[in-house]
Design a protein around this ligand. Structure first.
Ligand SMILES: [Zn+2]
Length: 426
């Protein structure tokens, strides 16, 4: 209770509030209006793009969008012409690890055990910039993998305009059942730091609250490992209930059918990876409104790092399994959200997930929605981002060509805007 705080603590609090006040941000939107004139607009919701639309941005928000003849261009507006380009909402990657770098540069274990926190944070600032510049204006970062609460500080650094980066939804440390995660395989008497926070049974309540209190926007739980499910359904329910009462959704890592079944039954918001899912578990997810975040790119990348006989077996077993699961999810009508697990592979390569989703059977407009309006809804940010419509934040990207026809166009970036600030322009 603040009234009972000693005077010294009150002073400290007051000082903290002064220090936390917004500094002079480097990245502030231009005062005047900006008009974007692309060849077409993919608004994030309609499957067909709108030819000849213009979008007006002011003060960090979208203030108008529609046919050029109907939208009044404000006096003194700066006009950015984007001939032959498609303007679309800034992309969302709903499964990232900004504090990891590609496993072919350093193994996950070496990163967790040997890299100093400051080194990892310094790298992360580059990762954030790379992802922003490749069109991803929002990331849901699902666990720092041994880097504590560094995601919370990086999010603040972006919000205060200290470093450029996407809008972040952060998970902090993530939660694992005791002795089910990694690094593992050491002598049993050794205490090896883990890549996530261990908790079980009733302690889950405390750990969820602790992570929320330290800045988690979402709770990430590992519902299984390669050997099968870890937490019981009761434990997963306790996590979901505790998180929900604090207004936080739960994301569950699950690659096995059993882990997916328990997580979906417990009522998590999203299931990550899910290559072991069968038709029944995807139907359960659809009926319970659990979204699927397939992370196809990491499976492809891991196979490449292992050197899985390219040319001989162009699609390794786990990716084949993922392709089959993805089709089952599509058939069951599960909500699919774009998420790549970037960090395990090179930052800035997030567009690959959209290409793989299309390769695995999604239409290009559906893949684009999975990375815009659908992702915004799944993340609970649809009142801010994910579509091009007056009132939403001006998170916009323009790419050469038409990605609703050729998904690969999402790589051909011409413009990146976040909160009305232009980070890249033709
Ligand atoms: Zn991950």
């Amino acid at each position: 209770m603040p009234g009972r705080l000693p005077i010294a603590a009150c002073l400290t609090l007051a000082l903290a509030l002064v220090v936390a006040a917004p500094s002079h941000a480097q990245q502030t939107p231009p005062a005047g209006p900006v008009v974007l004139r692309p060849a077409r607009v993919f608004d994030g919701v309609a499957s067909e793009p709108h030819p000849g639309w213009v979008v007006v941005v002011q003060g960090g928000a979208i203030v108008a969008a529609g046919p050029a003849a109907e939208v009044k261009v404000p006096e003194g507006a700066r006009v950015v012409d984007l001939p032959d380009a498609t303007l679309l909402p800034g992309l969302v990657d709903a499964h990232t690890h900004i504090l990891l770098h590609a496993y072919d540069e350093a193994s996950w274990e070496d990163q967790v055990l040997k890299e100093p926190l400051a080194l990892r944070v310094a790298r992360a600032t580059n990762h954030l910039k790379l992802n922003l510049m490749s069109g991803f204006t929002t990331l849901r970062d699902l666990g720092t993998e041994g880097a504590g609460y560094a995601d919370v500080g990086l999010k603040q650094a972006i919000e205060q305009g200290i470093i450029p980066g996407p809008r972040l939804v952060v998970a902090t440390r993530a939660i694992v059942a005791t002795r089910t995660y990694a690094p593992s395989g050491f002598a049993p008497e050794l205490e090896i730091p883990q890549g996530a926070e261990e908790a079980d049974g009733d302690s889950l309540r405390r750990v969820v609250r602790d992570q929320v209190g330290r800045g988690a926007d979402v709770i990430k739980v590992y519902a299984d490992n390669a050997r099968g499910p870890t937490f019981s359904i009761e434990e997963l329910k306790l996590i979901v209930e505790t998180a929900r009462s604090a207004g936080r959704p739960v994301s569950a890592h699950a690659t096995t059918r059993g882990g997916m079944f328990r997580a979906a039954t417990a009522g998590v918001s999203t299931i990550e990876h899910g290559e072991g899912g069968d038709a029944e578990v995807f139907r359960l997810m659809a009926s319970r409104g659990v979204a699927f975040c397939p992370t196809l790119t990491v499976l492809e990348a891991l196979a490449r790092f292992r050197g899985d006989r390219p040319g001989v077996d162009p699609e390794p077993a786990r990716l084949k399994q993922a392709r089959a699961a993805f089709k089952l999810a599509l058939d069951a009508g599960v909500t699919i959200v774009n998420g790549s697990d970037i960090g395990a592979f090179k930052h800035g390569e997030g567009a690959r997930e959209l290409e793989l989703m299309v390769d695995f059977g999604m239409t290009p407009p559906a893949a684009l929605k999975a990375a815009t309006s659908v992702a915004a809804k799944v993340l609970g940010l649809d009142d801010k981002i994910g579509a091009i419509r007056p009132g939403l934040r001006a998170d916009l990207v323009a790419v050469a060509g038409d990605p609703t026809k050729q998904i690969g166009a999402v790589r051909k970036l011409q413009l990146v805007m976040k909160d009305g600030v232009l980070y890249r322009e033709p």
